[in-house]
Design a protein around this ligand. Sequence first.
Ligand code: GRF
Length: 193
Amino acid sequence: MTPRVAILISGGGSNMVTLVNAMRSDMIDATPVVVISNIPTADGLQKARDLQVHPHAIDHRDYNGDRVAFETDLHKVLIKFNVDIVCLAGFMRILTSDFTDKWGGRVLNIHPSLLPKYKGLHTHQRAIDAGDSHGGCSVHIVTGTLDGGPVLGQTPVPIVPNDSADDLAARVLVEEHKLYPAVLADFVKRYEQ
Ligand code: GRF
């Protein structure tokens, strides 16, 4: 049985699309079974529909800050779809260690920096402001520490003179779309053993 993958998004879902396409090619031996967004209007949900992956919204605002209740419902959906691996792809909610412990090393995330540098937000601007030679992206295992789990793969992207955060973000996103499928492919191979 190939592992069943849920992809969690909050926005445009371009990483989600590349993961789904890679799972439907020979590249990744896994099946995308559900795309879940914490924002019901996220464009990525329509993209999931177009790709014929089940779209599901769980609006975090309905939970008034109760992260445990939100995660309980998220967990229920993952169980309902018999999910084995969870890929966060532009999912803008922090998950508690209660949740990540339940999923024991089976939650991955893509983060737009060369971790451990620039955890959290505004990563590209922070790399530019620091005078770094490179920004980049990292795929890591999600633990209860924000952007702090073991890194599975990284791609550096040169910062060029007069780069804006948007310029850099656009070039990093191109690399995200290569890195995440490659790391997931490797993760799935090891998962099956
Ligand atoms: C990506 O840059 C991701 O690393 C960051 O948010 C962006 C999401 O893009 N966390 P998309 O929704 O996959 O298009």
